[in-house]
Design a protein around this ligand. Structure first.
Ligand code: FA5
Length: 343
């Protein structure tokens, strides 16, 4: 009997070594301990065992039964855990070829408008340039005809760094670099973040965006300025718009204008957007001052130019019906999600 029990124990160990799945453990359990299992059959011989040996043989058989069950259970638990790990790992596997479904960000409304305006100007032959946020005093003021101690500097109070540089107050600070960078004729736009040391309210921020444009060529006139602005505004508002020029003042343009657009929301009849006036003040502009051309290495006797400086936040607020500029810098996801254009 002992030999037979040892054989079954050995057989169980050997089979367990080669088993790869928990289902095979159950098969082995049935094969050894099931109703007609190898060990179960030995229990049937108990009735033939002499009475004085019954205790010893019975103990041997019970021990063998417990050992077999323990061996099979241990392997079964090990294999079940391995199977679970494999399942989890395969479920977590990242297929980088699948299109992403979540976690796509969205563009800020200002960025949407900026991209739209960039597309429009690029289609008219303009290059899109970048500007610095920290600028030299020369580029921000002197190069655009606002010399030291000129009262016009007070119109754009800003943040000065210890090294004498400034956080740029307007995108015009990039003009000098762009005039020097490109061969003539030049058509460029340059959006950028600007800073001014001023109180904030619904229409003013200390950090805001402008989008500036310059055109320099032979015989550039106010007519060119009006044409390009009308084209851009008509495309943005998706309808033919009417513009008008009023006299303005900027040290870097001569003559200088404020360009208004006939309110595209009420066609000039008067509404809350145009404050019942029928016109919206949108874009300061003018003919580039000869001094600014000279500072940019361009002969004003041969070339002329025009420039405009659009308030990008204002344009965004008009386009999306946002009535407080501070919303744009608030990082308020509830606001931004309304303009959920996929990046
Ligand atoms: C300028 O900054 C000129 N550099 C624009 C220019 C360029 C004129 C080229 C002529 C030729 P102004 O300070 O007006 O101009 O600002 C232009 C626009 O920027 C304003 O119409 C307004 O829309 C926006 N802006 C100015 N200050 C703020 C502010 N604190 N908050 C939000 N937007 C502002």
């Amino acid at each position: 009997m002992k030999e037979r029990i040892d054989e079954i124990l050995k057989y169980t160990r050997d089979v367990l070594e080669s088993i790869k799945t928990s289902a095979e453990c159950q098969t082995l359990r049935v094969e050894t301990l099931g109703k007609n299992g190898k060990l179960t059959q030995l229990f049937r011989f108990m009735k033939e065992v002499p009475a004085e040996k019954k205790g010893e043989v019975g103990a041997m058989l019970n021990n063998a039964k417990n050992d077999i069950e323990a061996m099979i259970s241990a392997k079964e638990t090990f294999l079940e855990q391995a199977e679970l790990d494999r399942e989890i790992r395969s479920a977590e596997k990242i297929d980088i070829t699948l299109p992403s479904q979540t976690c796509t960000g969205s563009l800020h409304p200002r960025t949407i408008i900026q991209h739209e305006i960039e597309e429009i100007f690029m289609s008219m032959g303009f290059v899109v340039e970048d500007g610095n946020e920290v600028e030299t005093e020369y580029n921000n003021f002197t190069a655009v005809n606002v010399p030291e101690n000129h009262p016009a500097r007070d119109m754009q109070d800003t943040f000065w760094l210890d090294n004498g540089q400034v956080l740029k107050t307007h995108t015009s600070a990039a003009q000098n670099r762009i005039l020097r960078k490109y061969p003539l004729p030049i058509r460029a736009i340059f959006p950028g973040r600007c800073f001014r040391n001023e109180d904030t309210d619904a229409g003013h921020e200390n950090t805001f965006f402008q989008l500036e444009g310059v055109i320099v060529d032979k015989d550039v006139s106010v007519g060119n300025l009006i044409y390009f602005m009308k084209e851009m505004l008509s495309k943005i508002f998706k309808k033919e718009v009417e513009v008008r020029l009023r006299p303005g003042f900027f040290p870097f343009t001569e003559p200088s204008f404020e360009m208004d657009v006939r309110c595209p929301f009420c066609d000039g009849h008067g509404c809350s957007t145009c404050k019942q006036g029928g016109w919206i003040e949108l874009c300061p502009c003018g003919m580039i001052h000869p001094e600014v051309l000279k500072n940019g290495g361009i002969d004003p006797e041969k070339y002329s130019g025009c420039a405009f400086g659009l308030g990008l936040d204002r344009m965004t607020m008009l386009s999306f019906g946002i009535n407080d500029i501070r919303e744009l810098n608030s990082g308020d996801l509830k606001l931004l999600k309304q303009f959920n254009v996929k990046a």
